[in-house]
Design a protein around this ligand. Structure first.
Ligand SMILES: [Fe+2]
Ligand SMILES: [Fe+2]
Length: 181
């Protein structure tokens, strides 16, 4: 993480790729065909494992620090922190719903679509807001000490998908991303 803002942005690009893949599968579902459920579950599992546990907690620290340097951003930053909780909840709901389908339960199509739409729309607009309103300000105002505090969160947790060695369970997802690129 030599350039923390470049790293931050790169993670958003990765997450954006995953959301695009997820959206494609939801479109398949919407058309009445069977989507690739394991792939969808892998995407959500990754986002819950890595983004909810590492990316968002790091941002929460960065946002707290940035709010002290830039009081004009306080409201935006606290909304973004609140959205981290909404995204985690929406991801859990969608994961549960897809799991239930795979377990053979009959689930109303519109319930799955509503959960998926909440998750996708929230996530995409959340990242867009961070990109447009926060990253450049963070690059300008956060100090070396602030970045150190950010780094301390999730230290030693390797990215299981985009890191140098993908975990076994995400191999197929990684192949799929490479195919799309
Ligand atoms: Fe965020
Ligand atoms: Fe983010």
């Amino acid at each position: 993480m030599n350039d923390p803002v470049a790293h931050w942005h790169a993670e958003h690009v990765y997450f954006g790729q995953l959301l695009k893949l997820l959206r494609k599968e939801i479109d398949v579902f919407h058309s009445g065909s069977d989507p690739n459920y394991p792939l969808m579950l892998d995407i959500i599992a990754y986002l819950r494992d890595y983004s909810d546990r590492v990316h968002h907690p790091r941002e929460d620290v960065a946002f707290d620090r940035l709010a002290k340097h830039c009081p004009d951003l306080q409201i935006v930053l606290s909304r973004l922190q609140q959205e981290h909780r909404v995204i985690a909840r929406a991801g859990a709901n969608l994961h549960e719903r897809l799991d239930a389908i795979l377990a053979g339960e009959v689930i109303a199509r519109e319930d799955v679509e509503a959960d998926a739409a909440t998750f996708l729309v929230y996530y995409e607009s959340h990242m867009a807001k961070e990109e447009s309103e926060v990253l450049a300000r963070a690059a300008k105002h956060l100090t070396a000490e602030d970045w150190q505090a950010v780094r301390e969160h999730g230290q030693g947790v390797a990215d299981p998908l985009f890191g140098s060695e993908a975990h076994e369970r995400f191999r197929e997802l990684r192949r799929q991303i490479a195919r799309e690129a």
